[in-house]
Design a protein. Sequence first.
Length: 403
Amino acid sequence: MRILFLVPYAPTLIRTRPYNLLRFLARRGHRITLATLWENEDEWAFVQVLGKEEGIRILAEPLGSGRKLLNLTAGAFSRAPIQARFCWHPALARAVQAAVQENAFDVVHVEHLRGVRYALHLQEAIPDDSARPPIVWDSVDSITYLFEQAAQQSQSLKGRMMTAMELGRTRRYETWLLTRFPQVLVTSPRDKAAFQSLLDHQAAASITVLPNGVDLHYFSPDSFLRKPATIVFSGKMSYHANVTAAVYLVREIMPLVWRRRPDVRVEIVGKDPAREVQALASGEPRVTVTGFVADLRPYLRQATVAVSPIRYGAGIQNKVLEAMACGAPVIASSLAVSALAVEPDRDLVIADHPLAFAKAILQVIESPSLQRRLGEAGRAYVETHHDWAKIVARLETIYQGLL
């Protein structure tokens, strides 16, 4: 198939969904034009690497601070949410329109609420449906669903301010968008149910769950011994849901753990830690906040246990899949694994209250046999359910259903 794949941010190892969908689609013989934006030299390097994959052609524009400021200013006075305007770039929109008019694409795939304006631009520029390839909107998550939870539970000042300003217009905008495309993708059943609840019986697109996978070759166990009594929590640490989870871990769960095992260490691993996250290590030598790391795998491979004490969120928690793929025993909240078909106490441990979470951490830390059993079962689970090759085969079927 000939696919125009639009991602409003550079696909990288951190943005695992578009990065792996593109690579696996190309390896299955499809011809892809990737339209994307990049913000720094590291992102541009990832775009260039993708451009070297056989079957991938690149259309890319830099998203500089001036353009972002214009987008944010325009978004403040728009009926559309800021998310829908943040990654707008007129030059990329023109390039995408020209590519569609000059090439016989079979399908256009547009990712996220941040990319949807490009899809709407195509519909306006080529209003005849028969003259334009079908558009798949991969929303990834329901941002409305995410903001509804953040309004109740966010520990991040930035998260609370954003929610207060954006929730109402995001809800109206996502409801409208669901009537604009023949196919909408989400990563979890909860996000699908959230979208369906917005519609209130309106005619709408087909909403399909396409989960995230994990690169089973990149994220893999190794033969090194795990560190004793070491907990890892990973993710982008400026993201308000991760900020809330990190504060919950250190302020509410760890005091219960340290009461019995004062030697237990916590590693909070991820780029751009918010002020609230950095403060967790202030005066507490048992907590390390790393900031950006070039390679997450050593932390997952060496930790005694990986945790995901997420209090709210949407979609699939990639941090859980990556830890399981690396053979790390995982303890997570019910919400963190709500999109997964895991069996509790076999594939991982689920805990939803500070005392239960602390007991689970102590149990795993103090039992090497339990560590091995959970690590092996978690790896087997992701091999069965989250192999990117199988997920891309499902995506092909979705595309074919639109032709």
